[in-house]
Design a protein around this ligand. Structure first.
Ligand code: NAD
Length: 299
């Protein structure tokens, strides 16, 4: 019989990922602070749990897909959490993008209790998650990954083992550092070009054909802000969170990240001055265009 899964955090990513587990036959109990996604998953065959202690009591493997470090720490270290109420032999798979040092510390605390840990940073978008095509950057012992592999394989089609606990989330932070800073420079590029009187169609033709192009601009932006849609696939608030983790992690490691720090400041302005935190990451173009005093360009 397959392991019983307890899935906590049913947002843009967690809801479709939990849906994949249910569709592939895992007995899955789910919990979120919000009612609506729990009800959607119940209708697909999941069990709605009353709270985090109930998820832990009824599961062998806990999966978390939560916004930020304190949310995961609440599940692991909080009252009624995994450290307090979990059983030796359980496994925690954390897929949230959080602070790598905190991730390692939780892994060590759980190991003392005989509970395994896998940090599985997730790549790609909610649309990929919906198709069971996420990618995973994994930090875990070989034994813990072997146990987690069928669960991850039910939700994704690429698993890269980056090293021991903490290595997967370190890789994810490095990836998102590059990814989010790239979005910011793309936005400033297009705002500058627009201010200089260039047409978006011409900029698209030139940039798409050159080495400076990036896959955000090539694949994703034409479906989002450049089509006038900034409903969140990945919100600016989450991008700001990831850049903040990256900048703090770099400071702790003694690594200067000058461009990334500037990108973080720019995203802070997109949130606090322009009120765009809940909008899609591509709305950094809206902020850059307002800063430049131009209309947000569209394709
Ligand atoms: P989201 O904000 O859409 O969803 C988070 C969910 O967690 C919400 O439904 C919220 O109600 C729930 N939640 C918050 N605190 C909770 C708690 N204590 N107990 C139970 N539920 C709680 O976020 P998302 O886009 O699904 O992202 C989740 C994580 O995955 C983040 O760390 C994000 O950085 C990362 N991530 C997102 C993407 C993406 O494209 N959206 C891709 C890869 C990784």
């Amino acid at each position: 019989m397959s392991e019983r899964i307890g899935f906590i955090g049913l947002g843009n990513m967690g809801r479709p990922m939990a849906g994949q587990l249910v569709a592939k036959g895992f007995a899955t109990s789910v919990f979120d602070l919000s009612e609506a996604p729990m009800e959607i998953l119940r209708q697909k065959g999941a069990t709605r749990a009353a709270g985090i202690p109930a998820v832990i009591a009824n599961s062998d493997v806990i999966v978390t897909m939560l916004p930020n470090t304190p949310d995961v720490q609440g599940v692991v270290l909080g009252e009624g959490g995994l450290l307090a109420t979990g059983r030796p032999g359980m496994l925690h798979i954390d897929m949230s993008t959080i602070d790598p040092l905190a991730s390692k510390a939780m892994a060590a605390a759980l190991a003392e209790k005989g509970i395994g840990w896998v940090d599985a940073g997730v790549g790609r978008s909610p649309a990929h998650a919906d198709r069971g095509e996420s990618s995973f950057m994994v930090g875990a012992t070989d034994a813990d990954l072997a146990r987690a592999r069928p669960v991850l394989a039910a939700m994704g089609n690429a698993i890269i083992h980056c090293g021991g606990p903490g290595a997967g989330i370190s890789m994810k932070i490095v990836l998102n550092f590059m990814s989010m800073a790239t979005c910011q420079i793309t936005a400033e590029t297009l705002a500058l070009g627009t201010k200089l009187g260039l047409k978006m169609t011409d900029m698209n033709a030139v940039i798409s054909a050159g080495l400076a192009c990036n896959e955000h601009f090539r694949q994703y932006w034409p479906t989002k802000v450049l089509a006038g849609d900034t409903t969140p696939g990945f919100a600016i608030d989450l991008a700001f969170k990831d850049l903040s983790i990256a900048v703090a992690t770099a400071a702790a490691a003694g690594v200067p990240v000058i461009t990334g720090s500037a990108a973080r400041e720019a995203m802070g302005i997109a949130r606090s001055v322009h009120g765009l935190g809940k909008e899609d990451i591509t709305a950094v173009l809206v902020a850059a265009s307002r800063n430049a005093g131009v209309q947000t360009p569209r394709l």
